[in-house]
Design a protein around this ligand. Structure first.
Ligand code: SF4
Ligand code: MG
Length: 326
């Protein structure tokens, strides 16, 4: 089997569409089957747009998304539908994505019924099974969304996504609106489901600490560009992009008590008119002349670690970002 058959490849050019403020600029990403990839960046960096483009919900103006070697937008008819169902997005706010007038049984059973995935008379039993799979009582199938807690509603959203047998889930801030204790439960559920159904997961979050323990690889985005792709362990121990390092500094850590708090200075610039050269230069403590003029390319700097920063050229490697600033 050729290597490309095992991965989802995304090659994107400039902005996705004129009306979209969250432009994507030269994103080139491969997601391997069975992987959990964390996609992290501040709001407005384009990560949600990227999730929608990958899911086929938004057309890229340039570039393509391939899955098992096939361009997802070139497919037609039954093939296109199959491809669309195979990738499901779970959004942040389950309340706005669940129809308040429909019973849970209808919400979860609708897609498999409409697409003829299971015989009509088996839909109800299937819904019960799915509810149990996500840790809910199957006898709750006749209730309405407002009769559930936030965490339970997110589980309903997950059951609805699973109902069409996807092999790839995109979780867009899926736990951001939940209480911290509930967040951990829903993350555990995702990890269980991953094992149970051999899922590939793209976990989108503004919070690096959320993806820390669940991701195999972490992709860091800044203003529409990927600035670092690293194995999860590496990204926390040895971040190689100053923005990644700054994000890490923002995670409160007990063992760092007493250390100077170096949160990222400045506001995230407008994605409509991003700074030239390296987009991060107005906020970067290590910026030098070249950063203001020239866009840094994403280059391999270590095992599985790709970074877009001029400091990584030649022997100008950053040891630790904090030392560089001294
Ligand atoms: Fe900072 Fe320059 Fe690297 Fe951009 S390219 S992150 S401005 S050092
Ligand atoms: Mg978003």
């Amino acid at each position: 089997k050729p290597d490309f058959a095992e991965r989802l490849a995304i090659r994107l050019g400039a902005a996705t569409e004129p009306a979209t403020v969250h432009a994507l600029d030269g994103v080139d990403l491969h997601i391997h089957r069975g992987e959990v990839v964390g996609l992290v960046g501040e709001s407005g960096c384009g990560k949600s747009t990227l999730g929608r483009v990958i899911a086929g919900m938004l057309p890229p103006s340039e570039g393509r998304i391939t899955r098992d070697g096939q361009d997802i937008r070139a497919l037609r008819g039954a093939d296109a539908r199959k491809m669309r169902l195979a990738t499901q997005i779970i959004f942040q706010d389950p309340m706005s994505s669940l129809n308040p007038r429909k019973r849970v049984s209808e919400i979860i059973g609708e897609a498999p019924r409409v697409h003829g995935l299971i015989p009509r008379r088996e839909v109800r039993a299937e819904v019960g099974k799915l509810l149990a799979t996500v840790g809910l009582d199957p006898t709750m199938a006749d209730r309405y969304p407002h009769q559930f807690s936030g965490g339970q509603r997110q589980r309903i959203g997950i059951a609805r996504a699973l109902a069409v047998n996807p092999d790839f889930l995109i979780c867009d801030e899926s736990i951001a609106a939940l209480d911290v204790s509930i967040q951990a439960q829903v993350i555990n559920l995702f990890m269980d489901l991953r094992r149970q159904f051999n899922l590939t997961l793209l976990f989108i979050s503004h919070d690096l600490s959320v993806v820390r323990h669940i991701s195999d690889r972490v992709v860091i985005m800044y203003l529409g560009r990927v600035v670092e792709i690293s194995p999860a362990d590496t990204v926390f121990d040895a971040p190689r992009h100053p923005y990644t390092a700054a994000l890490l500094e923002e995670i409160p850590r007990l063992d760092r008590r007493g250390r100077r708090f170096t949160a990222i200075k400045g506001e995230i610039p407008s994605p409509v008119n991003p700074p030239p050269g390296c987009h991060f230069h107005p906020r970067c403590p290590h910026a030098f002349d070249r950063c203001r003029l020239e866009r840094p390319a994403l280059k391999q700097v270590g095992a599985g670690q790709d970074v877009a920063c001029h400091l990584n050229d030649g022997n100008g490697l950053i040891d630790t970002p904090s030392r560089q600033g001294e």
